[in-house]
Structures are given as structure tokens and as C-alpha cells.
Design a protein around this ligand. Structure first.
Ligand SMILES: NC(=O)c1ccc[n+]([C@@H]2O[C@H](COP(=O)([O-])OP(=O)(O)OC[C@H]3O[C@@H](n4cnc5c(N)ncnc54)[C@H](O)[C@@H]3O)[C@@H](O)[C@H]2O)c1
Length: 345
């Protein structure tokens, strides 16, 4: 299983590579970056540690590696500035992302490969990738709220004095300001979190507040997230690579669950062979369900603004990305992400 990380010379990409090296579940890690020295530098150092980790090939490469990649992770992007909202990054990052998508599809992205989008604003870029990468929507996954969920569980563990591994709770919706904490099904060791000793509405508020601000806090303190986002990417990549079928809040194309459609955002999703195998709708409180719908509204408005600027696939004026030979014929028709289309995992 070959995983190529575009942006592998940067903080997030190199941290993902290190996490994947420690995980040992994939056989080839390839780092691709506009900054070739940075990609080569990280690949060289990872190689140094390879005798202490697992049997993997570790290389620095370029777009010629795309056709032989099983998973392409895109972390290339511009970092959020302190106090800048993720959605404010959009205009700076959309152009870069579209140009990368074009290069990836022209290089020959295999129709059996997976595209994992990490660059921000991740939900919007995932939507653009679903439309333009020439892959079935199930094979295009955004990191979504996986990192937010990881942070949430860890902060809850700290606040309640229990190991974070025993806290089960999810953040759904947008990877951004409108993210939704799902308290109604949260547990500690399988027991209701809201009845755990030490839990109170104030603790809950403080933990969620800390979770929401976590990205900005880390940017302020050390320039950007690395370790936790690397581990989060590993969770998604290894679930795909080993058909683990873990339930993860990845960002995928929504087609009606929770009353939302025509956006990419996070709902509980079974991730394994084939990509997003199943999107799960569970009963939520009215507030939680409304929260997801609010996320969808925020994202839809942003997508509309972006499409107003760059056009939609099929528009005469749209700079169109032509699917590669491998992907030709696999481009999803517009109807595939419109209302009423059945989910076929
Ligand atoms: N989804 C999430 O949970 C999450 C979490 C953290 C960061 N991010 C996002 O990840 C992205 C990267 O963050 P970072 O801290 O690694 O930034 P970084 O600046 O350290 O790395 C970005 C890398 O992308 C490379 N790059 C830029 N243009 C390129 C191109 N055209 N082709 C190939 N490589 C190119 C740069 O050379 C750089 O090495 C940002 O968009 C950030 O907002 C997402």
C-alpha cells in the first residue's frame, strides 16, 4: 500500500508521515512537496529511523508517483494565521488546491485510489475534490472533524481524570467554528458521560470551548498543529489501507442524512475498503441535529461563494480539470451529489 503525501515537506505532512512510519501499516511512504529539499530532508530522516520501525519504503517524489499510489493525502496549503478563521483561508487556498487537483488528475490518479484531503478549509476543498477529481464520492474523504474529536476526547479525559482512550465522544459538522459536540451519546468506559463524577454543564462548556480554540492555541504557541493531526491522518489512512472499518467523523459528500445535502461535512462514517462504506445517522438531540444543519448552511454559503468565483464543473467558464485516462468515464455526474441519489457504499 503506497501512500503519497502532497505537502509532505510541511509540518502536517511530515508529521503524518512520521505517524504512519510508527504505525507500520503501509508499505511505502512517498513525500511530495513544492519545496523539494524539505520533502527530501524529511524522507531522509524517516529513512534513518526505518530500522527501528517497520519494513517500509520511504522516498521523496513528485507527481509521477501519483499513478502508483493507493492513497494520496493532500496537506499542501497555506497555514491559518492566529485569529484567522478557517473559512477566511478559502480564497488563498482554493486556487492552490484546484491547481494541485489538476496536477494529480493529469498525472493519472488510479480509479481504485483514495484521496484524503487535509488542507483547509477542509470541508470546502473536499467538496471541490468530489466534484473534480474524477473518483467516486466514497473515495474522497476529508479529515473533517477527526482532529477536533481527538482533541475533544483528550480534553474530556483530562477534565474528568480518566484516560482519554476510555472517553468516547464525537464532534460532527464543520471543521470550523460551527462544529457540533455530541454530548447525548458520549461515554466514559461505556457509561453515560453526563453522569460521570465531576461532570457538570460548566465542565462541558469549558472543554468544548478549549476544543474549539485548540487549533488557534497551537498556532499561537508553536506555529501549527503537527503531532495530533499526524495521528489523526494515520487513523484515516490505516482504516482505508487495512479495511479496519473504524467509525470516524470524516468529511464526505452528504446526501440527506441529518437533513443535509450537497455539502461535505462530518457524520459518523464507516471507513474501510472502498472508502466511506456507510454514513451513519443516529438519533441526536434537537440542538445537535440543528447544529449539523447550521454547519451545512455555513458551508453551502461558502461553496456558493466559491462556485460564484471559480464556476461549477460543466460551466463554459469553469477551468475544467480533465480526468486522466485511468479516471476517464468515472467522473461523477452532477446528479450523484444532488438530492435523492441513493448512497451506494
Ligand atoms: N484538517 C485539519 O484538521 C488540519 C489541521 C491542521 C492543519 N491543516 C491544514 O493543513 C495545511 C498545511 O499546514 P502545515 O502546517 O503543514 O503548513 P506548512 O506550511 O508547514 O506546509 C505546507 C506545505 O505545502 C507545500 N506546498 C505549497 N504549495 C504546494 C504545491 N503547489 N505543491 C506541493 N506542495 C506545496 C509547502 O511547500 C509546504 O511544505 C493547511 O491548509 C492547514 O490549515 C488542516
Amino acid at each position: 500500500m503506497k501512500v503519497s503525501i502532497i505537502g509532505g515537506g510541511g509540518l502536517v505532512g511530515s508529521s503524518a508521515a512520521y505517524a504512519l512510519q510508527c504505525g507500520g501499516a503501509v508499505s511505502h511512504l512517498c513525500l511530495i512537496d513544492a519545496n523539494k529539499d524539505a520533502a527530501q530532508g524529511h524522507a531522509t530522516e524517516l529513512l534513518h529511523g526505518s530500522c527501528l520501525t517497520s519494513d517500509q519504503r520511504i522516498t521523496a517524489g513528485d507527481m509521477d508517483d501519483v499513478p502508483t499510489s493507493n492513497i494520496v493525502v493532500i496537506t499542501a496549503g497555506l497555514r491559518r494565521k492566529p485569529d484567522e478563521s478557517r473559512l477566511d483561508l478559502i480564497n488563498r487556498n482554493v486556487n492552490l488546491f484546484l491547481s494541485l487537483l489538476e496536477q494529480v488528475t493529469k498525472a493519472g490518479l488510479k480509479e481504485s485510489s483514495y484521496l484524503v484531503v487535509v488542507s483547509n478549509p477542509v470541508d470546502v476543498l473536499t467538496y471541490l475534490a468530489v466534484q473534480r477529481a474524477g473518483l467516486p464520492w466514497q473515495r474522497v474523504l476529508g479529515l473533517g472533524t477527526v482532529l477536533d474529536t481527538v482533541r475533544f476526547r483528550s480534553y474530556l479525559g483530562k477534565a474528568l481524570h480518566v484516560p482519554a482512550t476510555q472517553v468516547q465522544a464525537m464532534i460532527l459538522g464543520e471543521h470550523g467554528d460551527s462544529m457540533v459536540p455530541v454530548w447525548s451519546s458520549a461515554t466514559v468506559a461505556g457509561l453515560p458521560l453526563e453522569q460521570w463524577p465531576g461532570y457538570s454543564p460548566k465542565v462541558a462548556n469549558d472543554v468544548f470551548d478549549e476544543t474549539k480554540k485548540a487549533g488557534a492555541t497551537v498556532i499561537k504557541l508553536k506555529g501549527g498543529s503537527s503531532f495530533a493531526v499526524g495521528l489523526s491522518i494515520r487513523e484515516v489512512v490505516e482504516s482505508l489501507a487495512q479495511d479496519r472499518r473504524r467509525v470516524l467523523p470524516v468529511s464526505t459528500l452528504q446526501q440527506g442524512l441529518y437533513g443535509v445535502r450537497d455539502v461535505c461535512l462530518s457524520v459518523p462514517t464507516v471507513v474501510g475498503c472502498g472508502g466511506a462504506r456507510q454514513q451513519i445517522e443516529v438519533p441526536l438531540t434537537a440542538k445537535e441535529r440543528l447544529g449539523i444543519q447550521k454547519s451545512a448552511q455555513v458551508l453551502r454559503e461558502t461553496i456558493a461563494q466559491v462556485e460564484g468565483r471559480i464556476g461549477k464543473p460543466g460551466d463554459q467558464s469553469t477551468p475544467r480539470i480533465t480526468p486522466t485516462a485511468a479516471a476517464t468515464g468515472r467522473a461523477i455526474p452532477r446528479t450523484a451529489w444532488q438530492a435523492g441519489v441513493a448512497v451506494k457504499p
